[in-house]
Design a protein around this ligand. Structure first.
Ligand code: CMC
Length: 391
């Protein structure tokens, strides 16, 4: 009761008080726990960033070693989980499989479900991080019908994931630092982004005191959509379509502006950034560097750069403050690393995992109330039930 404020899409509603990520959409600034994303992307590594987001401070060497050791220690995934994967058709989208498997972890780790203390939450977090790299890798093995690899504890988290997903079990794996460092950087850039759609979903589900695994599973489903994480797959598909169509970027920019055409320029625009997305700047440079280092020429990158140029000079995009977002160039990097298109959003999920967990933990520790938005009702007025024979 009382006055209800309508805010479709929560464009102007703060749902919580957080200490994790600061974002200024007008200045194009993004800080994790106070550290600017530019410094973190250049100097840190994904495992350290996971620790930072979860615990609020950069780890000391001892803290890092304990955290890293626990992630290696807990990476066992129950054999029965493989049967769940077996039951999917090979054509299943990896994001659907990942969401299912993450929720299924609940059944195999019951002690990590109804957690109350900070210590129990940290253990649930480490269990999930440790197992998630396997699950993410396995979703891809499934699409190829290949054996499900187990990890190699001599490798770091990102290298281990890469090997499990993209190499055969006995294949010699020589780490190409150019590849694993580019991947590490991408995961860092995706690690948290305050109250975005999937994170809000994780918090909303978790606000009912649902366990971490089920809450994150819901977040994965939210991330899957093309307006959110699914945009990285949609961007590459769009660039390929434009290329196939003759490469006339002006034609596609005109389509994106046409209000009678549902086509949107994927990888453009953002709910909060009304200036450049700082992650996009870092990723564009990383894409340039990576292609040069690997000696790859990618037509999609040329088309992306032409599209960006035309759109940024166009009144429609200028007026609406639409700039390339994080996903505009990330797909180019994934492609150069040999990662197939349908795995792009899984890569995003792997990156966003520590953000989801940190936000879930913060919400529970602060005792935020259950999420329950109100509505403005505009349906039928009071009326009497009519028997089916009289309708
Ligand atoms: N192409 C063409 N027009 C656009 C685009 C676009 N990509 N994005 C927004 N607009 C227009 C939109 O039609 C509207 O125009 P008008 O005022 O004339 O009705 C105006 O710009 C404002 O857009 P909106 O849809 O009201 O903005 P929003 O904050 O609700 O949506 C968005 C943000 C990211 C969903 C949207 O920009 C979009 O659909 N972009 C393409 C998909 C994409 O790249 N998503 C990834 C986002 S970043 C990573 C992540 O979240 O996972």
């Amino acid at each position: 009761t009382g006055l209800i404020t309508l805010d479709l899409g929560y464009k102007n509603t703060g749902a919580t008080i957080s200490e994790i990520t600061y974002l200024d959409g007008d200045q194009g600034e993004l800080f994790y726990r106070g550290y600017p994303i530019e410094q973190i992307a250049e100097k840190s590594n994904f495992t350290e960033v996971m620790y930072l987001l979860l615990h609020g401070e950069l780890p000391t060497t001892d803290q890092f070693n304990t955290f890293n050791g626990n992630i290696k220690k807990y990476n066992f995934v129950a054999e029965e989980m493989k049967k769940i994967i077996d039951a999917f058709p090979r054509s299943a989208h990896p994001m659907g499989v990942l969401s299912t498997l993450t929720s299924a972890l609940t059944a195999f780790n019951p002690k990590a479900v109804n957690v109350q203390s900070k210590e129990e939450m940290d253990l649930a977090a480490e269990l999930l991080i440790a197992k998630f790299a396997h699950l993410a890798a396995w979703t891809y093995r499934k699409t190829l019908g290949l054996p499900l690899n187990h990890g190699d504890n001599n490798l770091n988290y990102v290298e281990n994931f890469y090997k499990m997903a993209f190499r055969l079990p006995n294949e010699d794996f020589e780490i190409n630092p150019v590849v694993t460092q580019a991947l590490d950087k991408l995961l860092i850039l995706h690690a948290d982004h305050e109250q975005n759609c999937s994170t809000s979903t994780v918090r909303m589900v978790g606000s009912a005191h649902t366990g971490l695994f089920a809450s994150v599973s819901a977040g994965i489903s939210a991330l899957w959509g093309p307006l959110h994480g699914g945009a990285n797959q949609a961007v590459i598909e769009m660039l390929e379509l434009i290329e196939k169509d003759g490469g006339d970027v002006n034609k596609w920019v005109a389509k994106a502006k046409d209000k009678n055409d549902s086509f949107r320029l994927m990888g453009f625009g953002h709910r909060v950034y009304k200036n450049f997305d700082p992650r996009a700047k870092i990723i564009k440079k990383a894409a340039d560097d990576l292609l040069a280092a690997l000696g790859i020429e990618d037509k999609a990158l040329d088309i992306a750069m032409q599209l960006e140029k035309v759109a940024l000079e166009d009144e429609y995009f200028i007026e609406r403050k639409l700039y390339p977002n994080v996903d505009f160039y990330s797909g180019i990097i994934y492609r150069a690393l040999g990662i197939p298109t349908e795995m792009f959003t899984v890569m995003f999920a792997l990156g966003r995992l520590p953000g989801w967990i940190a936000q879930w933990k913060e919400m529970r520790l602060k005792g935020d109330p259950i999420g329950r938005p109100r509505q403005i009702y505009q349906g039928a007025q009071l009326r009497d039930y009519v028997d089916i024979s009289k309708r």
